[in-house]
Every structure is written in structure tokens, then in C-alpha cells.
Design a protein around this ligand. Sequence first.
Ligand SMILES: Cc1cc2nc3c(=O)[nH]c(=O)nc-3n(C[C@H](O)[C@H](O)[C@H](O)COP(=O)(O)OP(=O)(O)OC[C@H]3O[C@@H](n4cnc5c(N)ncnc54)[C@H](O)[C@@H]3O)c2cc1C
Length: 543
Amino acid sequence: MSRKVVIIGGVAGGMSAATRLRRLDESLSITVLERSAHVSYANCGLPYFIGGVIDERQDLLLQTPESLHARFSLDVRVNHDVAYIDRENGRVIGTVRESGEAFELPYDYLILSPGAGPIIPPIPGVETAFTLRTVEDVDRLLAAVSAEPRHVTVIGGGFIGIETAENLRHRGIDVTLVEAAPQVLAPLDIEMALPVVAELQAHDVDVRLNSMMTEISSDCVRLASGECISTELVVLAIGVRPEVSLASTCGLEIGPRGGIKVNDFQQTSDPAIYAVGDAAEKIDALDGSSALIPLANLANRHGRIVADHIAGHPVRAVDAIGTAIVKVFDLTVAATGWNERRLKNAGREFLAIHTHPGSHAGYYPGAEQMRLKILIDPHTHRILGAQAVGKAGVDKRIDVIATAIRGEILAEELADLELCYAPPFGSAKDPVNMLGYVADNLLNGSSTSVQWHELSSLMAAGTPLIDVRTAREYEQGHIPGALNIPVDELRDRLNELPASSVVVTCQVGQRGHTAAMMLRELGIEASNLDGGYRTWSMSPAAG
Ligand SMILES: Cc1cc2nc3c(=O)[nH]c(=O)nc-3n(C[C@H](O)[C@H](O)[C@H](O)COP(=O)(O)OP(=O)(O)OC[C@H]3O[C@@H](n4cnc5c(N)ncnc54)[C@H](O)[C@@H]3O)c2cc1C
């Protein structure tokens, strides 16, 4: 008798486990049960189908039950909704959608990959809102937007909300994006998120931050402020929650973050039942805590681990960092690891560095400036996280830093990475190398910096701010109260410095660093405003 493996959920995690398992073992009976009408669909591509960027629905459907049977001898059953796991007798019980016919299926191993469902707040009218998770969801939303509404409100400024807003704008629909938090894209810190809001606004998305939706009626979305946003259609994207109902009903242990608790092999509290993907908790690589990280890479990786474990192959469990990217009109936004907000909330010490490098050598046409931020443990010199907002080259830098975090490369060692360079592609000192140089200076004490949010209290306490850009740059915009002494004149104008301890600033922090080092050599205490005017002017400090 062949061993029976049953998999619940036939998309990222479930299908990775199924196909890997078949490659490793021809003798197994593998059945995949999927509630929706499709398996292996590209859920990450759904927003782009709304905007017509992906114009063939077929392109979203990567495999069919037939193709999976032909290549992998998998028994894939769509429209099969599992309602109960009978652990005592090793079987799953459910119904076939549409026909309502009951089914039950025995298992030796059960793999749960039911994903995460959209969070639906308990407010009046919420049942009329659209959500985006499955191909059926996108079909429904597309049918509604094909009726050419003039205005749609998207609730939630996370990845899915922003991708949906952008794609609705592609269709020429007016969009309001409502977000309860003071910023969009929670993985970013606020000074990195504000340029994203500016990009949304530049593409005529009406962004409402600090706005809590309280009610949806037939023609309006009401906010806690009492304001009514006149709208024809509402898309809800305020986050996802792991689907744990099957697991909890049959008594499997649920972890502290509300996901299914698993060990290094993805086994639940019942060793015959595995869980992967958005429904399962991960271990955070930074502090070993439980984490929910609903991203496709981890679902696929953990699906493979389960297959290896069932097939008796050695398993290498690796904790999760959380690396994500999103397109926001012409911007690329990417992040890895923890952000400053989270580090502060956890009471962890850190050092932040902001830079504004070009995507490639400035003298070669087409270079685009990006905002780059890295967070470092000042004691261990470990990289704790990074964020980037820009155009070309953002993905490359965050991927390199994510790799450095995984490889436990220290912050100053980023300077040692030999990254590919020719003028059309990068710089001899790549932006990642530069982060390493800055980190080295700060960590070995040869320079000190001041953050955008620390400046006003320092100035209020009497520390002067010296803007070392040219007079012309200064006139075009400067931090109130800054005294302008261009870096090239600084040696000759030392007598104009109002104090023996100053903060210096420039456009992005580079000339400020030169000025601060020069002043320190000349016996004046000088710190550099991290990221310069460019970081400060897009931060809440600028008002
Ligand atoms: C619109 C959208 C865009 C996204 N974009 C990105 C992106 O750009 N990058 C990224 O990394 N991640 C992205 N994600 C997240 C990514 O898709 C998920 O992390 C990944 O698919 C999780 O895999 P999973 O196997 O856990 O769950 P899923 O892929 O969601 O699959 C779970 C399946 O289980 C089925 N199921 C649930 N319960 C039952 C049941 N009781 N019986 C039978 N079947 C059941 C569901 O119908 C579903 O099809 C996006 C998600 C969405 C919705």
C-alpha cells in the first residue's frame, strides 16, 4: 500500500510541497484539495490583471489539475472545501462546492497550506466591499470595474491596497486610498514612506492618512472624522489573517501570533500534520520570536522542507528575515528585516544610516537617485534591516543587503563586497559598499551623525546647524535656522562658527561628512545630519 499524502490548499506552499514530493518519491499517493476553482494561480499577479497590465486571464493560471496530473501524477481536486480534520482516524472531511456532495479522504501525512484570508472589520456595509485573494475574487472585481465606475475607494495602504490603487488608476478610475495609520507601507519608516505618498499623489491618488473607515453605504465610505467619501465601489485590503480554523478545530497548537505553530520541519503539534505558508508561524531571524510573514518565497521554501522531511531527506531549517518589494507607479520600494519603529518598540539599540546614491555612475546617462536606509546593531555590528525607495537599482541593493543579513556579514564588511560594476550598471563604490564605509566610520567613532528627528531639539538647546552647500542650493531650500557656509570656504570662515560644537548638513550627507571630518581635525565638535537636507525635507520634521 502506498503512503497517502493529502494537501489542503493548492497554491504556493501546497503545490511546492506536492511537486517536490513527487520528484522525491514516485510511490506516494498525493492528493491536493483546493477550495477555489483553480490551483497554482498567480495570486501575486492579480492586481495587475485589474489594470490590464496582465491582459490574458489565462496567464494567471500557471497549472491545471490535468497538467499537474500529466507531469507529476498528482490527484488535484478543485472546488473541494475541507471542513474538518479527523485526527483520530487520519482523514479529512469536506464538501464539493456547487454539487454540495460530501467527501472524505484518509491520510498518512497531511499538509496544511490554506493561506491567509483578508481581515474583514465588523463595520456596517462591509459585506459589499471587494477583496482580492483568489481568481474568483479578481473576476468579481473586474466585472464591477468593467461597469466603469468613476470612483473607487481602496481601504488599506499596504502592498495589496497600493497595487490595487495603481491598477485602478491605469484604468482611468478616480481612486481614494484610505489608511488608518499615519503612513502607507508599514515595513517602511515614516521618512521613507512619505515619498511613496508623494508618488501616489503625483498619480492623482487621493491619499487619506490617519483615516479610519467606520461604515460603507451604497454611495459613500464614512470615516471616523464624520467625512463621507462619495464612491461607487470599495476594495478592502487592510491586511490578512492566517487561516487556522481547520487547525484549531482539530486541536492543533496555535502560536502566539495566531498562526499554526510548527517546528523546524514544519510539523505541527501532531507530527503527521505539517503546516506551511501564510497560515504557519515563522521564526524571526533577528530575535527568534514567532512571526507572521505572508510572502510567497517563504511559502515555497517551507513547502519544499515538508516534502524533504516526508521523503526522509535532510532538512535545513532557516529562520525568516522578511524581504519584500512593491512597485508604486514609477517608484520601486523594497525592505528587508526590521525597521526603526519596530526596533524602538522592542527597546533595541540601533544605528541608522540614510544615503541617497545614484543607481549607477552619475556621468553615465540615466542614473536615478534612490533613498537607502540601513539599521545596524551598534554592539554586534549586525545588519538589522534596510529599506530603499527609488527607481532603477532598488531591488538589487535590498537583495544584496538581505543576502548579507542571511550570511551574517557585518555592516562595515559591506564595504568589502565586490559587486559588479561598469558605468551603465553601478559605481566603483556601489551604494551598498558606501553604506559599509559610512557604517565603518560611525562604528569606529571617526564620525558621528544626527538623525532628522533629533535635530530640532539639538537646535533648540543651542547647537548651531551649518549648511555647507553652495549659496545657490541654500537659497533653493534649507532647514530653518541653518547658517550657510559652503564646505569649500569653511577653512577660511571658521571664525564665523557660533559655537565649538555644531551640526553640519548638506544635500545628501556626503559634503557634510567631509565638513564634519575637517572641523573635527580643527578641534571643533561636529556631527553630520544623516541623509542631509534630502532626508530631512521629506520627513515629518519638515512639516
Ligand atoms: C493580491 C495578492 C498579491 C500578492 N503579492 C505578493 C508579492 O508580490 N510577493 C509576495 O511575496 N507575496 C505576495 N502575496 C502573498 C503570497 O501570495 C502568499 O504569501 C502565498 O501565496 C502564500 O501561500 P500559501 O500556500 O500559504 O497560501 P495561498 O497561496 O493563499 O493558497 C492557499 C489556498 O488554500 C485554499 N484553501 C484554504 N482553505 C481551504 C480549505 N479548507 N479547503 C481547501 N482549500 C483551502 C485557498 O482557496 C487558497 O487557494 C500576494 C498575495 C495576494 C493575495
